[in-house]
Write a new protein. Structure first.
Length: 484
């Protein structure tokens, strides 16, 4: 086999491959064997049909097509390795010349990972929000904790703001009750804003057994985005009683003996959370600055595939689960389809550039991922997925996604290298040290590692390292059977 590489642009090449006919013999033998197992010919046992009979009965062209489809991935891979190419995605294959007994010639155009020069990033300077926790912040945190320990008692009076009511709901559109618009025994705290718009005004003033109707735009279900008439029946009214903020409450709600100790712990937790948020903000700003500095060409086909994948996921997975259509989604977002498409492409471009830059940094810095780092990242991903760590790990292994997770962790470490080398100050002019930060649970995490993983994940899965082998039938141009 002979191959040559022609550079079409910084992110795309054309491979020209010439394969002597004798090198097709293993694939030709395999084609006869496969066809032998699939067909029957009177007078011959299955699997024992001579090649000449298969040619006569089914045509030599069918055998050659099967052989080419079997051989192309192998010869394409050999050409890629010979050219030392880092390919992305599926190639566009065109069989340019082939006759029975003669050499096979084909071309394969494919995107490649561009060569990237990492710029000097030591001069990057970013400003982030200062960590400031006010007394009001602490008071709000304690009120939220206090709310969790509220008790309820039956209220022999009309419902008021802050009460817990139990309601039955029935939503109608154009006079027809929706099949998925009926709910019974729904507990709702008036004023929480966690149910339909307009329900607070409808139930305030109603006693147990009272009813009212109101109109509201449905947020989900079969009529999401449409105006509905909602009938609400109040089946119970309960008054919520909050515990006093004192030492007894501190002992009830925490491991502390006094309210003063609980307040101090709440302040520490808020500072820790804001510190983590500050680190995330720094990571995002540093990454944006790094992308601005680096020259990163984006493969057109890779970008097109990424945009199509994201749009497909939105249409076929997210919309159905939220009961949305393009019309209702765009109305909710306050955008036109053109504006949405432009933003989506911008996000995809950033995701691809992020992956390319951080991958190059991984190689440059010779970063690796150990088992402990991978396990920690897997635990975090499992928490956000709603699955247990064991379930998530099993899904990752069965889906062949372990290399993807390793890549996410490695990119996170690469971004951490950059963040630690740049200058980060807060809005008070103080220098911020992001070498190690703690998350909201108090666990120490390496600054930037998680943000780098999340930022780089946008382009994951589109590169050809994980792509399926090329099939002749997927290439553009001449059909193998016609050529044969």
């Amino acid at each position: 086999m002979k191959s040559a590489v022609e550079t079409l642009n910084p992110t795309r090449v054309r491979l020209t491959v010439e394969v002597p006919f004798e090198e097709l013999k293993p694939s030709l033998d395999a084609a006869y064997k496969k066809i032998n197992q699939q067909v029957t010919v009177p007078g011959f046992r299955k699997g024992k049909i001579p090649a000449r009979v298969i040619d006569q009965r089914f045509g030599r062209g069918a055998v050659l097509e099967e052989a080419i489809n079997d051989a192309l991935p192998k010869f394409y891979t050999e050409a890629v390795n010979e050219g030392e190419l880092n390919v992305l995605g599926q190639p566009d294959v065109d069989i340019t010349e082939f006759n029975d007994g003669d050499e096979l010639k084909f071309t394969a155009e494919v995107d490649i990972r561009p060569t990237i020069e990492i710029p000097d990033y030591s001069g990057i300077e970013v400003v982030v929000d200062a960590i400031e926790v006010s007394e009001e912040d602490v008071d709000k945190s304690l009120e939220q904790l206090r709310d969790r320990f509220a008790s309820t008692t039956p209220a022999e009076r009309p419902a008021a703001d802050g009460d817990l009511v139990v309601v039955d709901l029935e939503a109608s559109v154009d006079g027809t009750v929706l099949e998925d618009g009926v709910a019974k025994g729904v507990s709702y705290t008036i004023g929480s804003g966690q149910l339909l718009d307009g329900i607070d005004e409808a139930v305030i003033g109603l006693e147990k057994g009272g009813s009212a109707t109101f109109t509201s735009e449905l947020k989900g279900g079969s009529a999401a985005g449409r105006e509905a008439t909602v009938k609400v029946d109040v089946t119970d009214v309960q008054e919520r009683e909050l515990p006093e903020l004192d030492d007894d409450f501190a002992q009830l709600a925490s491991e502390f003996d006094t309210l003063e100790e609980l307040r101090a712990d709440s302040r520490t937790r808020l500072e820790r959370m804001k510190s983590y948020d500050q680190a995330t903000q720094a990571q995002e700003k540093v990454l944006d600055a790094l992308i601005e500095l680096a020259e990163v060409p984006v493969p057109e086909k890779l970008l097109k595939d990424e945009v199509e994948t994201r749009t497909h996921n939105l249409e076929h997975h997210q919309f159905p689960s939220m009961g949305l259509t393009w019309e209702t989604y765009l109305e909710r977002e306050g955008k036109t389809r053109e504006e949405y498409d432009a933003e989506l492409e911008q996000q995809a471009v950033k995701g691809i550039k992020t992956q390319f830059i951080l991958d190059e940094l991984v190689n440059k810095e010779k970063l690796s991922v150990n088992q402990e780092e991978l396990t920690e990242h897997l635990m975090r991903r499992a928490a956000t997925s709603g699955m247990t760590p064991d379930q998530f790990a099993q899904a990752v292994v069965e889906g062949g996604q372990v290399p993807m997770l390793v890549g996410e962790v490695a990119r996170g470490k690469a971004l951490a290298v950059v963040v630690e080398a740049v200058t980060v100050t807060d809005t008070n002019g103080e220098t911020v040290d992001l070498a190690d930060e703690e998350d909201e649970d108090g666990e120490t995490v390496t600054a930037s590692s998680e943000a780098g993983a999340e930022a780089s994940d946008t382009a994951e899965g589109t590169t050809a390292e994980d792509a399926a082998p090329v099939d002749a039938a997927e290439g553009e141009g001449d059909d193998p059977a016609a050529k044969a």
